[in-house]
Design a protein around this ligand. Sequence first.
Ligand SMILES: NC(=O)c1ccc[n+]([C@@H]2O[C@H](COP(=O)([O-])OP(=O)(O)OC[C@H]3O[C@@H](n4cnc5c(N)ncnc54)[C@H](O)[C@@H]3O)[C@@H](O)[C@H]2O)c1
Length: 319
Amino acid sequence: MNAIDLTKGKPVTVIGAGLVGAGWAIVFARAGVSVRMTDSSAQVLESAPKLVAQQLERLHSHGLLKESVATILARVSVEPDLKKALDGAIYAQESVLEKADVKRKLMLEIESFGYDDLIIGSSTSGIPASDFGLDLKISPRVLVVHPVNPPYLVPIIELVGSPQTSKETIDWADHFMQALGQSVIRVNEEIEGFVINRLQAVLLREAWTMVADGVCSCEDVDKAIRDGLGFRWSFIGPFETIDLNAPNGVADYAARFGPLFHRIAQSRDQKRPWDEPLIKEVETQRRQFVKQSELNARRDWRDEQLMKFAVHRAKSADK
Ligand SMILES: NC(=O)c1ccc[n+]([C@@H]2O[C@H](COP(=O)([O-])OP(=O)(O)OC[C@H]3O[C@@H](n4cnc5c(N)ncnc54)[C@H](O)[C@@H]3O)[C@@H](O)[C@H]2O)c1
């Protein structure tokens, strides 16, 4: 079923028109769905369509849009009043500040409007739905729908319900996200950091530790991923990597290398914080490659690379 069938032709609402909210607007509008953006800041809301248009232009210049920028942009509107923005919407993508009390207050406000079929997905990077979405009439329809930025280029989405989220809500969100062209992970437990940030945490923990111990530089860690592991990881995951890296598959790999990985795991204190001297050391090393004043330009460069990569992925979409 396509995204418009799943919305029954109804609009969706993006609450919070910042970085992530604007990215979501592109994901919805690109798939043919009408989007209303709302934000508590009039200034943010005023500039949101311009930001969306700029990103759409960039996607268009890389051949990543199937329709014209004007056609897609015509599906995006802004509405400062939350209730009006939600009127008749089938789905709301909450993308406000990463604070549980702000999200809870918003849920109470949405509850007070009395919509009985609105599904609410939160973009939160790490706050479980249980911290803001429990014991309300809307609770069965509240879940975490966590994107990676920018969601119109990086397709992964994590779905995490609270114990009060209904299975129907999670199923609908799963189908909807897939129909939008996203790739979905269902996280069965409200574990801190969900799946993606937990994986990133393991890698960063080892990276910071090796730099702290003088094993290698920050740049060498980046090289190991950029010019090494990342090559494969851009199209197959770590399990498929090891399944293909021993003649007889993953069990063979485990027999050959399992003890090595176990020894490495045992050799580490897992609780070391990123302390001030270490942060300073990493900061000094990184600034040799990108000056503070050049960070924004480098972010633009990164997005440009992502777009080129998305073109490549779209062309070689044989899974
Ligand atoms: N930045 C990322 O890389 C990233 C990635 C994935 C998920 N997220 C999550 O997405 C959410 C938004 O992050 P962001 O980076 O876009 O932040 P942001 O600061 O760019 O945008 C948040 C917007 O929410 C608005 N806002 C605050 N309270 C509001 C309210 N009650 N009603 C309506 N609007 C309100 C603010 O005015 C602001 O424009 C957070 O929960 C964050 O954890 C961020």
